[in-house]
Each structure stands twice: as structure tokens, then as C-alpha cells.
Design a protein around this ligand. Structure first.
Ligand SMILES: Cc1cc2nc3c(=O)[nH]c(=O)nc-3n(C[C@H](O)[C@H](O)[C@H](O)COP(=O)(O)OP(=O)(O)OC[C@H]3O[C@@H](n4cnc5c(N)ncnc54)[C@H](O)[C@@H]3O)c2cc1C
Length: 375
């Protein structure tokens, strides 16, 4: 059976959803093809933090892109809520990025790395940190406050984006894994699903998160997307324990406005294994308890893990795939896919529709890794 669509998007996470909504708003006929359920991949597992400075290891081009994206978040999410009626709890709570006393016992040395503030951040002493967040009674040496950073109710984000797109006419196919894309002579003409459905399309976008690598390989393209596992925990809290989002190394503490307290995370390269492990939980809890010892009595509500779509150079793949006219990638967002959703949606819609490659996409073009396959 064959169907047709202007654009087929492979993957119903926040990235596929953001591009679908941007295209549907421009009157484009979009089909989203999702292997399982909408928004149950990394987009659901995430901490939902909107912070360009998540990690000192990130390439500067990624931080710049994330800063630009953060600037558009308020309007973008406001319109999305208005269109769908789905509350997404976007809040600019501010973020405290901490470092600890290098001589503190039982704390790994990486947590002692001081984070010099950029122009957005305000440097704080340990006493000032404690004044803002009295539960941080561990061996804090100092911090930087990013008052514009925020959080969002990420599990609802992909479903809201797909709802907004489908309200504008987008077609959504769930439980339909794409097996490969179609095409000959260097032109991508659509996709084929595992259950035999063929959808012909003027353009195809790969937004299959951590699974984008194997998907591309099935069509003979090497797109090095690596699954990076992240484990998370949630605790029930009688009152909101922190007003700000708290970071220390990879440790993140996010108090949702009406509970729970979400605590993470790990960054593990263990393939497509998305199970929670004792070692992973220990890694998170040992750090959390040292920073905020008073949290020890909180009841554990649940734990989970997800696979971030990582890339070897830490940058996403955004743009046309060389050698395949009509084929585009929007994947490999690593630790920043939630914050990057608005800018990815906007810039990729322009790339797909008008062939316009925004200069900010230059460091992220797939051509840096894909030479051009032999179709
Ligand atoms: C623990 C954790 C914490 C995180 N915290 C943050 C954070 O605080 N802030 C932030 O900005 N980012 C964070 N991230 C990263 C962020 O969640 C991801 O970068 C983002 O969700 C990636 O979105 P995506 O749509 O590319 O992938 P996904 O959400 O994984 O969606 C990909 C979709 O593609 C589908 N798919 C796969 N293969 C196929 C196929 N063959 N055919 C059809 N569909 C297919 C999958 O089923 C899935 O639904 C975190 C991630 C994790 C795991």
C-alpha cells in the first residue's frame, strides 16, 4: 500500500514534533511516523531543564544555539499551550551551578571544578548559595546563578507538539517503525515501514533520536548517533525543597512546581540498554546526599532511564544528508534536545521547505560526517 505526503518525519519525539509543528504552520502536508507511542523516548525521560550551560564539555557552537533557542522558548511554548490547551509549566526558576570543596571527603573530584560565569551568570559565594537554597548544607565552595534558565514539563511536550501539528492537518502513524527510506539515483522519495507501508514524499526528515544511526545504516548511510543512557529518580516531597534548579557536575535536582523532586543523572555509553541499574542510582544518590544531606528521608517515588541521542563531537546533525536529495537529519541533540526544540523546529522547517541553511547550522551539518553514500 502506498500513501503520499509533502514531508515524512521519522520519529515522534520533541524534535520530530517541533519540526512537524513548524511545517504544519506553514501549510505543509506532514506525516509523522513513530515506531511506538508518541513522545516516549528521551523526550519523556528527560529532566526538562532549559539551560544552555549544562556542561563545560559542550562545544561552544552548541551553547550558542541553545542560548538562541532559550530566548524563543517563552513565546514558542505560550503559543503551543494556547493552540493545544495542554499546560506545559514552563518556568524561569533560575539555575544554580555549584562546585564543591576539593578536599571534601566522599565526593568525586569532577564536582570540584569551578564553573567560571559567562555574561549571563552571576557568581555567588557558598554563603550566598545557602541563603538562596538553605537545604544545600554540603561542602559547597561556590556557585553561579543563571536567573533566566528554566524548566518545562517535558513528558507532555512531544504529545503537545504532535497534537498542534495534527490539529493543522498532520497525519500521525504510531506503532509503525520505519525500516528504511526509499529512493534511487541519489534521491530520497519516501519511507517504507516494517509492516510494509510505503509513503512517498517530497522530503524525509530523520528525527529518530538515539535510533537514528541504525535507521540510517539500513539505507547505507553512516550517521554516527550514539545512545547515551541517563538514569533518573523522583522523590515525593511535602513542600518544594528548592526554588532553583540545582546543578553540580552531572548531578541535577529539579523541584517540579507541584512535586516531585526529580534527581539525575548519569551519562553512560552502554548501547541500547535503557534499564535502571543499582550502580547508576548509587552514582546519583551519593552525590545528591552529600550536596543536600537533608534529602535522605524523602520517599522514593520512581526511577527510570532514557537514551539520549549523542554524537562523537557533541553537536547535533541538522541539515541535508549528502548524497540523498530530499533527505534531512535533525538528530544527535545529546543532553540538550529539549532546550533546542524551538530553534530546531524553526531552522529545519526553513531548510526543508526553502533550502535555506541558517549560518547557525553550519557547525551542525551532517556533511561533517557523511561523505555521500552510494545509493
Ligand atoms: C535522563 C535524561 C535527561 C535529560 N535531560 C535533559 C534536559 O534537562 N534538558 C534538555 O534539553 N535535554 C535533556 N535530555 C536530552 C533530551 O531529552 C533529548 O536530546 C531529546 O529528547 C531528543 O529528542 P528526540 O526527539 O531526538 O529523541 P526521542 O525523544 O528519543 O524521540 C525519538 C523517537 O523516534 C522513534 N523512533 C526510533 N526509531 C524509529 C523508526 N525506525 N521509525 C519510526 N520512529 C522511530 C522513537 O520511538 C522515539 O519516539 C535528557 C535526556 C535524558 C535521557
Amino acid at each position: 500500500m502506498t500513501q503520499t505526503s509533502d514531508v515524512v518525519i521519522i520519529g515522534g519525539g520533541v524534535i520530530g514534533g517541533a519540526v512537524a509543528w513548524s511545517l504544519a504552520r506553514r501549510g505543509i502536508n506532514v506525516t509523522i511516523v513513530e515506531a511506538g507511542r508518541i513522545g516516549r523516548g528521551a523526550s519523556w525521560a528527560s529532566a526538562g531543564v532549559l539551560a544552555p550551560e549544562w556542561s563545560a564539555h559542550d562545544p561552544p557552537a552548541l551553547t550558542t544555539l541553545a542560548e538562541d533557542s532559550l530566548a524563543s522558548w517563552e513565546d514558542w511554548v505560550g503559543e503551543l499551550e494556547e493552540h493545544t490547551g495542554i499546560g506545559l509549566n514552563f518556568r524561569r526558576d533560575g539555575l544554580l551551578n555549584l562546585w564543591v570543596d576539593p578536599d571534601a571527603a566522599h565526593l568525586p573530584p569532577e564536582l570540584a571544578v569551578e564553573c567560571p560565569p559567562d555574561q549571563r551568570g552571576e557568581r555567588l559565594s557558598a554563603a550566598e548559595v545557602r541563603k538562596l537554597e538553605p537545604l544545600l548544607t554540603g561542602p559547597i565552595a561556590g556557585g553561579v546563578l543563571y536567573s533566566q534558565d528554566g524548566q518545562v514539563d517535558n513528558p507532555r511536550l512531544a504529545p503537545a507538539l504532535i497534537r498542534a501539528a495534527s490539529d493543522l492537518g498532520a497525519r500521525v502513524l504510531t506503532d509503525s517503525p520505519v525500516a528504511s527510506w526509499l529512493g534511487t539515483a541519489g534521491r530520497c522519495t519516501g519511507v517504507r515501514t516494517l509492516n510494509g507501508l510505503e509513503i512517498s514524499a517530497g522530503a524525509v526528515l530523520i528525527a529518530a533520536g538515539a535510533w537514528s544511526g541504525p535507521l540510517a545504516k539500513a539505507s547505507g548511510v553512516t550517521l554516527p548517533v550514539e545512545p547515551w543512557r541517563g538514569q533518573m529518580l523522583a522523590f515525593d516531597t511535602p513542600a518544594r525543597p528548592f526554588r532553583h534548579i540545582v546543578f553540580c557536575g552531572e548531578l541535577v535536582l529539579v523541584a517540579r512546581p507541584h512535586g516531585p523532586l526529580v534527581v539525575g543523572t548519569t551519562l553512560e555509553k552502554v548501547g541500547f540498554d535503557s534499564r535502571v541499574t543499582l550502580a547508576g542510582l548509587h552514582h546519583i544518590l551519593a552525590r545528591a546526599e552529600r550536596i543536600a544531606p537533608g534529602l535522605g528521608d524523602l520517599p522514593l517515588a520512581r526511577s527510570w532511564a532514557g537514551l539520549r541521542p549523542g554524537s562523537p563531537d557533541g553537536l547535533p546533525y541538522l541539515g541535508p544528508v549528502p548524497g540523498w536529495e530530499g533527505l534531512f537529519a535533525a538528530t544527535g541533540h545529546g543532553r540538550k534536545g529539549i532546550i533546542l526544540a524551538p530553534i530546531t523546529g524553526e531552522l529545519m522547517a526553513r531548510a526543508v521547505l526553502d533550502g535555506v541553511i541558517d549560518p547557525r547550522l553550519a557547525p551542525c551539518l551532517p556533511s561533517r560526517v557523511v561523505d555521500g553514500p552510494q545509493p
